[in-house]
Design a protein around this ligand. Sequence first.
Ligand SMILES: NC(=O)c1ccc[n+]([C@@H]2O[C@H](COP(=O)([O-])OP(=O)(O)OC[C@H]3O[C@@H](n4cnc5c(N)ncnc54)[C@H](OP(=O)(O)O)[C@@H]3O)[C@@H](O)[C@H]2O)c1
Length: 262
Amino acid sequence: MTKIDKYGPWAIVAGASDGTGQAFAEELARHGVNVVMVARRKALLEAVAGQLPVATRVVELDLSDPGAIDALAQATSDLEIGLLIYNAGGDGVNLPLLDRDIAELRGFVRRNCMAVMEACHHFGGLMRSRRRGGVVLVTSGAAWCGGKGLAPYGATKAFDLILAESLWAEWRDDGVDVLALVLGATDTPSLRRSLARLGGQLDGLADPGAVATAAIAHLGDGPTWSYGMPDERGPSPLGALPRREAVELMSAGSAALHAPRE
Ligand SMILES: NC(=O)c1ccc[n+]([C@@H]2O[C@H](COP(=O)([O-])OP(=O)(O)OC[C@H]3O[C@@H](n4cnc5c(N)ncnc54)[C@H](OP(=O)(O)O)[C@@H]3O)[C@@H](O)[C@H]2O)c1
């Protein structure tokens, strides 16, 4: 189990206004860690922050904007950020690539890849120079291989998975823990909106509070923690399959999740 107060007095949760991000903020507060809460919906952030028994700072930002991480660095320059939890990254659109607008896709990739790398570079760099810190990049089972309807989502989540695993290897001797947190279907407002729009299934979703509790407890068990899997430290569940079969299975799984209920 990781004692998270060793990382420092403040954490950033990028994407903290609802779902797993809100649950992360609440879990950190339970451990006495102060929280910088980032998202676009300021009123929601303020409502969540107002319930937390620790110091908070609300930073209203669109992580799809090219200058977002520079703005976040500036907004937190007076704080020692010991933990970075990059949670924002869901796909509320779930359409094949050519059915999506290219401007929307650019922002999507900026939020899920470029901003994640910039945040790791800035905040992780400061952590490494202090020789203490922790980083959690929230990724997805969609990162294990490609699948129909998952082109930008799965590709960006694979970027986050490989980034986190690589930084774990680069920083492990420097006192900075890094965790790629792989989630399956989780009961967040974003997923619920997406399923409601498509008429998809809602059974068997993971609980965001349980996800946040487990992830914080296992922050030191990197590089990769797959929440809810029989072997949470284990390989890709699709890893033994030929790539074509894996892609076909991923495509069928995505279609089933988003299929209208009978
Ligand atoms: N839910 C699932 O079933 C599931 C499954 C596998 C992996 N995951 C991963 O879990 C993480 C959270 O997913 P989620 O379902 O909660 O959806 P999400 O759409 O990533 O929303 C999570 C948080 O991110 C914020 N956010 C989204 N876009 C933002 C932007 N452009 N700028 C700033 N903040 C932004 C949202 O607040 P605002 O709208 O207020 O900005 C919200 O607080 C993601 O990384 C996702 O890939 C989720």
